[in-house]
Design a protein around this ligand. Structure first.
Ligand code: 13P
Ligand code: ZN
Length: 274
């Protein structure tokens, strides 16, 4: 028995490999965090080492005090995760104030959690509150077509949500709330964390202009599926845009309403035309 026989570890590592295979993680691009359940933390704890020292995060979330997260390491490559998870991932514990972490497992050759940990952490806090504790996954990737869209569309929630909904029939069902858009910002800091959080109170996905996509979900399948669905729609959008042919037809607003009605989802009406 090793820590890698525990299902949550296997699910996490599989998601890293799947993201790499989708070509969303050039070099060290992207990062993934998972908030462990109490039972999972207990199951993993026999493999924990004497913890490192507390590291202040510069952000604070009281509703995450005492929680444990699995995180990718800063500068580590998704491509390498399944070859040596213990060198590329870590498990961190959050202190009672909800403002510092310490490493209890992994990063055996040194390192620290992803540079986007403040963003992930604050978004976990917001999504935990918004979903009554259901949300556990925050995932950031660099999918090429979503990034390409940020050069040709106005950087508004409405423009992106509509373009994506109209690009594939399943989209309004998978993300009926739409997506948020963060204008270009320096990555890794508290500012982008706070801007993303504001959007994640309403949405479960946020586009980072000229950078990538941030998604959340209750489990690995749902979060990965959301990233995949949005990027696939973005690919269709960009294929249409670059085909050189005029758009002769699309999914119109009343079609979107019909999908919502039949699938029992509520679309963000403010994004639809009368
Ligand atoms: P990290 O290697 O620190 O996770 O950074 C990668 C990234 O995508 C930054 O936005
Ligand atoms: Zn990034």
């Amino acid at each position: 028995m090793s820590i890698f026989d525990i299902p949550v570890m296997q699910g996490y590592i599989r998601m890293c490999r799947d993201g790499w295979e989708q070509n969303w993680h050039e070099r060290n691009g992207g990062n993934l965090t998972y908030r462990l359940t109490e039972a999972e933390a207990k199951q993993l704890s026999p493999y924990f080492r004497t913890p490192g020292s507390w590291v202040n995060m510069g952000v604070k979330a009281e509703n995450l005090a005492g929680e444990y997260f699995i995180a990718t390491g800063s500068g580590k490559y998704f491509r390498n995760v399944d070859l040596a998870p213990q060198d590329n991932l870590c498990i961190v514990e959050i202190n009672e104030a909800g403002d510092s972490y310490r490493i209890v497992w992994g990063l055996e050759k040194g390192g620290r959690p992803t540079s986007e940990f403040p963003s992930h952490f604050m978004n976990h806090s917001v999504r935990k509150a918004a979903t009554g504790g259901e949300n556990r996954v925050i995932y950031h990737a660099h999918p090429a077509n979503v990034i390409a869209m940020t050069y040709v569309l106005p950087l508004t929630d409405k423009a992106f949500s509509r373009a994506l909904w109209q690009s594939a029939t399943e989209c309004p069902v998978v993300f009926p709330g739409g997506v948020g858009v963060v204008k270009w910002m320096v990555p890794g800091g508290a500012d982008i964390a706070l801007a993303t959080c504001k959007l994640m109170e309403k949405y479960d996905a946020a586009v980072w202009a000229h950078h990538g996509l941030f998604v959340s979900g209750p489990d690995f399948d749902t979060a990965f599926g959301l990233m995949h669905t949005i990027e696939k729609a973005a690919q269709i959008y960009m294929l249409v845009q670059s085909s050189g042919k005029p758009v002769l037809q699309t999914i119109f607003d009343d079609d979107l309403r019909a999908i919502a009605r039949d699938f029992g989802v509520t679309l963000r009406e403010e994004f639809l035309e009368k």
